[in-house]
Design a protein around this ligand. Structure first.
Ligand SMILES: C[S@@+](CC[C@H](N)C(=O)[O-])C[C@H]1O[C@@H](n2cnc3c(N)ncnc32)[C@H](O)[C@@H]1O
Length: 305
């Protein structure tokens, strides 16, 4: 099965239940803002199929597209689960899922919304979790927009490998930058870096897909919602977060930089599926399609205005 195959799994209802804003105010920025706008418990891009998709529907779809590659009743870890949206979705599909995140407020928020005993949450970073897992072997790991928190992709893959059974899957969704860019203002890794590091860390690359066209509308969607809801946001968070206006401006600036990056093809959105190989450091990369030729260098990027 391919990450590109047509997909029409039922998504969650588009109208979210009202939430308590003072609880949102305990979350780090911009997660509190994202959750105020989308109420999806996701802090990641969505996969849009029609212009009428809500952000929450599109975000659910991004996760569920990956999940259909899992075997039934898989044992899954969502590394850097944030508010737990993916954990809840996969648990509802019958998988046993552990969400881990070093942000205690995010884990508390996620735990309070768990409706299945198959969904569990641990306040921990990956290194500590791998140490405490003591040889446990999982069927799959999800890394959804967490790569920027890891400067060394090879070390990250080695750590993931200690948690996966042989043949286990690693599904990575991430914004990456064009190989010709030297600086990393957004902290993004270079496109292809993950696949390059995979072999030495004992992973086969099963799929590497560019999802930019489907996912990049997320940025404009969030930017528009931020503009429309700014007064509401300021009054909802104002008493508890004096810095809310600055946080809003910073997030908007980051969204603009992302929008510019996608428009100039400096940034792209990739889904990569890796399989934990029994071998280590051998010539084990399996690409179903021939690698694309290296893209032409871009003109030097201008700093976002
Ligand atoms: C952009 S958020 C994505 C959250 C979630 N995956 C989602 O898509 O909704 C990145 C998350 O990575 C977490 N994180 C940062 N460093 C981490 C580490 N060393 N191990 C595990 N998670 C980490 C952050 O706390 C944050 O929740």
């Amino acid at each position: 099965m391919s990450l590109d195959a047509p997909f029409s799994a039922p998504l969650r209802a588009a109208t979210p239940a009202p939430e308590n804003n003072s609880e949102l105010a305990t979350l780090p920025a911009p997660r509190c803002l994202h959750e105020f706008l989308a109420r999806s418990q996701h802090d990641h891009f969505g996969f849009f199929e029609t212009p009428g998709d809500s952000l929450r529907e599109a975000q659910d779809r991004l996760i569920l597209r990956g999940a259909r590659l899992l075997q039934r009743n898989s044992l899954v870890v969502d590394v850097g689960c944030g508010l737990g949206g993916a954990v809840h979705l996969l648990a509802a599909q019958g998988h046993r899922v552990i969400g881990l995140d070093p942000c205690a407020a995010s884990i508390a928020y996620a735990r309070a919304r768990a409706s299945s005993p198959r969904a569990q949450f641990v306040a921990s970073d990956l290194t500590e979790f791998a140490r405490r897992a003591r040889g446990a072997r999982f069927d799959a790991l999800l890394l959804t927009e967490v790569l920027t928190h890891f400067s060394d992709i090879g070390a990250l893959l080695n750590e993931c490998r200690t948690l996966l059974r042989s043949g286990g899957q690693l599904l990575v969704h991430e914004v990456v930058q064009h190989p010709s860019l030297v600086s990393r203002p957004g902290g993004f890794h270079t496109r292809g870096a993950l696949s390059m590091a995979a072999d030495a860390a004992g992973f086969d690359v099963l799929e590497a897909r560019d999802l930019t066209t489907r996912t990049s509308p997320t940025v404009a969607r969030l930017g528009r919602a931020l503009g429309e809801k700014r007064p509401e946001l300021l009054s909802a968070f104002g008493p508890e977060r004096p810095a809310i206006a600055r946080e809003l401006d910073e997030w908007l600036a980051r969204l603009r930089a992302l929008e510019l990056g996608f428009a100039r093809a400096e940034l792209s959105y990739q889904a990569t599926l890796l399989r934990c190989s029994a071998r280590l450091g051998t010539d084990s990369v399996v690409l179903r399609r021939a690698p694309r030729p290296e893209p032409a260098p871009l003109r030097q990027p201008q700093p976002p205005s």
